[in-house]
Design a protein around this ligand. Sequence first.
Ligand code: SF4
Length: 273
Amino acid sequence: MNLPEDFVFSQGNLQDYVDCPRRFELKYLRRQRWPAAEVDDMAAFERHLEQGDQFHRLVQQSLLGLPEETLRSRINDDEVARWYDAWLANGLAEVPAQRWPELTLTARLGKWLLLAKMDLVAIEPGGAALVLDWKTGRHQPRPERQAQRLQTRVYRYVLAEAGARLNGGEAIDQTRIEMRYWYAQHEGDVLRFPYDEDQYKADGRFLRDLAREIDSCEVFPLTEEVRRCRFCVYRSLCDRGEQPGSLAEWEGDEDMALPTDALDIDALDEIAF
Ligand code: SF4
């Protein structure tokens, strides 16, 4: 048994396990501090993360009703201003009017909780139930790849499992659910992933099996995909090289890089819906 009963799964820690079991062990079980830089230009990397954070705060405040001019006047970064303008132009296209920004939902996953912290959930009574995620990275993934990301699978699954309180007490039919990614650096391009009952059942089996596998894992192996190690903070511990990968080649997900992904269980009561 590896996991304490109060362990909370998320798309971030599950993705880490799928990418590299050893990384999961170091990060979430041993709580190993970062011994190395993720990329070669950490100053630019951190600036990019800060820009992403600023953009997400702007959008959240906008959704909460703060006036556009007030928010615009607070932006002191040209790139963030461009992203915000793009979002104003089409970020909410075809998004239902009942909206819950920065919503955290939890569902049971075996003995544990599965948590999803969503940028926006929007529901049309009797109609679409969307989970939206704003992306500010340079890289826009191929749809086939994004469909397999744990974020896509976990967010739709958790909304199907735990969305009743947003829907007058009725569970949301899986066929109404869609995960939608919006890409700030690509003029608001979107990737859409609808849902259905078969995928929902497959996700439930997959996620429960994954949680049990992690719990019973005796040895957490190093990934065989050594290219991942170039951008991993643990590469010196794993003897997988000294030099960080180039920021220009980084294709990671900024949501995974933000420290907020390392969720503190003590904060859960304050944020869970
Ligand atoms: S350096 Fe490579 S093997 Fe080690 S934790 Fe990171 S991704 Fe896994």
